[in-house]
Design a protein around this ligand. Structure first.
Ligand code: SF4
Length: 384
């Protein structure tokens, strides 16, 4: 449940996009002129750890780096030289494991795909995550995506040709005017490609986005329809051999996303770049959502202690490994009150979780309602 092998992961947040998608509230800029300064600053940070000096120790450079993840934003806007420079900063300064997973998020509108993937693979990238979102062009356009679904298929082929071993696609459910039929079309299109992994996120209209302002007239599916789509997707993917190993993640042949798995296993990681978060030696800290502050060397802000019992429960229940109640009670010296046991039994009867050999796991329906289920368990355990 808690990862304690001393390894760490590294996350680079690349806060640049070609244009802003109307549903997205991630921190990103659309001015590529600042990319070179960003790449220099992030390499400097990885070398000096000056922004996170208050939170790290001398041991950090000896700890085994098991994963590196380029997320965004749109990391595929980086040049191959910039990707290589960031990876060299990691391998020169830290103890990068020879079999480390190195993931790059890719927008399929990328030009000259084969040259890009050849360069990225030569620099060390061995896993890519490609933003398909939907195989239906009208849905992609509604999301503000410029390229067609074939561009994502071409990326998968080019990545595989380049020798990238793990390929993941991102899909979205709850797109305006999406139907069961178009969802199945997207799933089957994704499954027809040579992929090892699929992430599927439910579209949320976040305050401050264009979609939020237009949410009443967009044609978004209601909650019942969304639930139907989520369960349909889980069943469809499992019937085709995928393992549903986390609320939004599916894989073939055990090819889980090792970097993201670290988050759910309460493992340590260092994040570099504006808005990047870290967890190290039990503390959480982050760089501000402010590119200029990052370029100016503004240090990270303390977010407090991580790895609390509430957090471990929440993270563990996101995955199919679930929560081992005996280990959990031992780790936090907890007595499980009657109210908690009764709540477990209510959730089990309602088909939201399974309880077997002391381990609780959410069902697909429980994953769909994970926030409410987890909060109800936390409150039965900690508020009695
Ligand atoms: S969804 Fe991705 S590509 Fe679109 S604005 Fe957000 S981070 Fe950028």
């Amino acid at each position: 449940m808690t990862r304690s092998d001393g390894s760490i992961g590294i996350y680079f947040h690349v806060p640049f996009c070609a244009s802003k998608c109307p549903y997205c509230d991630f921190y990103s800029h659309c001015d590529p002129a600042l990319l070179p300064a960003y790449a220099d600053a992030v390499i400097r940070e990885a070398h000096t750890l000056s922004g996170c000096r208050d939170f790290t120790d001398a041991d950090v450079f000896d700890r085994r780096i098991e994963s590196v993840y380029f997320g965004g934003g749109t990391p595929s806007l980086l040049s191959i030289a910039q990707i290589g420079g960031m990876l060299s900063a990691v391998s020169n300064r830290f103890s990068l494991a020879p079999d480390a997973e190195i993931t790059l998020e890719v927008n399929p509108s990328l030009q000259d795909k084969q040259a890009f993937f050849d360069g990225a693979a030569a620099a060390g990238v061995n896993r890519v995550s490609i933003g398909l979102q939907s195989a239906v062009d009208t849905e992609r356009r509604a999301l503000g995506r410029r390229s067609g679904a074939e561009a994502a298929a071409d990326c998968v082929k080019a990545a595989k040709n380049a020798g990238v071993t793990d390929v993941s696609l991102d899909l979205m459910i709850g797109i305006p005017h999406q139907t069961r039929q178009t969802l199945l079309e997207s799933l089957d299109f994704a499954l027809s490609l040579d992929i090892t992994h699929l992430s599927a996120y439910i579209l949320k209209t976040e305050p401050g986005t264009v979609f939020y302002k237009r949410r009443e007239t967009l044609g978004l599916p209601d909650d019942d329809t969304l639930a139907d789509y989520y369960l349909l997707m889980c069943e469809h993917l499992k019937n085709r051999g995928m393992r549903h190993y986390e609320i939004s993640n599916f894989c073939f042949d055990g090819r889980v996303g090792r970097h993201n798995m670290r988050y759910w296993q309460n493992g340590a990681y260092l994040g570099f770049g504006p808005s990047a978060h870290s967890y190290y030696n039990g503390r959480r800290f982050f760089y501000a959502d402010d590119l200029q502050a990052f370029l100016d060397g503004k240090p990270c802000t303390d977010e407090g202690a991580g790895g609390t019992a509430e957090e471990i429960m929440m993270l563990s229940l996101r995955t199919d490994a679930g929560l081992d109640l005996r280990d959990f009670a031992r780790q936090f010296d907890l007595q499980l009150p009657d109210g908690f046991t009764k709540q477990l039994s209510r959730l089990q009867t309602g088909g939201l979780l399974a309880y077997c050999d002391g381990v609780i796991r959410l069902t697909d329906r429980g994953m769909l309602l994970s926030n409410a289920v987890i909060v109800s368990l936390q409150s039965a355990l900690f508020n009695e």
